[in-house]
Design a protein around this ligand. Structure first.
Ligand SMILES: Nc1ncnc2c1ncn2[C@@H]1O[C@H](COP(=O)(O)OP(=O)(O)OP(=O)(O)O)[C@@H](O)[C@H]1O
Length: 210
């Protein structure tokens, strides 16, 4: 269970998001919201990329602030428009993040083959297309034994085959490993035939059940 208590995020003095209380059980959640409503702000805060106020805990005792290493091992994230240093290759990223997340070499290679990024493993990211980088980012998000996987706009720039692979993986991780998925998408996720546990909308700087 992922729990937020008295969560808030400010940019300077301006409040961007406030969530007094939220509890998420394993399942797939669609986080909706207009442009600029605060989806990415929420996601980056939950992954520890942005400082925020309040408590964020997993299963009561693993805390974003108090046990950041344990927490970050469990929470994986794929950015909407991933950017990596031009000189790094997908292989180096998979090895580096794989090690940080405790992923076996076998898992690293299986996931890389699943998304097909092994076909351009040694190509510098600076020479990869946006769809290729998106596949790299999605591969990284499944490494290790995550309990929370946050995918910001997972469908943009993905071809149809990769979308099907992604949906199958989401379903598998959710069913077999009790993962909490937070997905934002401006496209219809109903079409993905994912069994959604809940839909939330971010508006007026807070989150509402849709
Ligand atoms: N670094 C920043 N400094 C100041 N304000 C920011 C910063 N990043 C985001 N904001 C503001 O926070 C609000 C939420 O932005 P955010 O990027 O979280 O929205 P979003 O829901 O992800 O939007 P989109 O659907 O367009 O990706 C917006 O008003 C935005 O201008």
């Amino acid at each position: 269970m992922l729990t937020l208590q008295n969560f808030s995020k400010h940019y300077g003095d301006a409040l961007a998001l406030a969530i007094p209380s939220l509890q998420l059980e394993p399942g797939i959640y669609w986080i909706k919201g207009e442009n600029g409503s605060g989806k990415t702000t929420l996601f980056r805060s939950l992954t520890g990329l942005l400082p925020c106020e309040g408590q964020v805990t997993f299963n009561g005792n693993i805390s974003l602030k108090d046990t950041p290493l344990a927490y970050r091992r469990l929470v994986n994230y794929s950015e909407a428009e991933p950017l990596y240093p031009d000189f790094l290759t997908p292989k180096e990223l998979v090895r580096f993040i794989g090690q940080a997340k405790g992923a076996s070499r076998e898992q690293q290679d299986q996931l890389s083959a699943r998304f097909g990024i092994d076909q351009f493993f040694d190509k510098p990211c600076g020479a990869c297309s946006s769809g290729m980088l998106k596949k790299v980012s999605l591969t990284l998000a499944f490494l290790g034994a995550p309990k929370v996987i946050i995918l910001d706009e997972p469908l943009i720039t993905l071809d149809e085959a990769a979308r099907r692979i992604l949906f199958t993986l989401i379903q598998q991780y959710n069913e077999k490993q009790d993962v909490i998925f937070l997905l934002s998408s401006h496209q219809l996720l109903e079409d993905a035939q994912l069994l959604l546990k809940g839909i939330f909308t971010i508006r007026n700087k807070t989150i509402h059940p849709a």
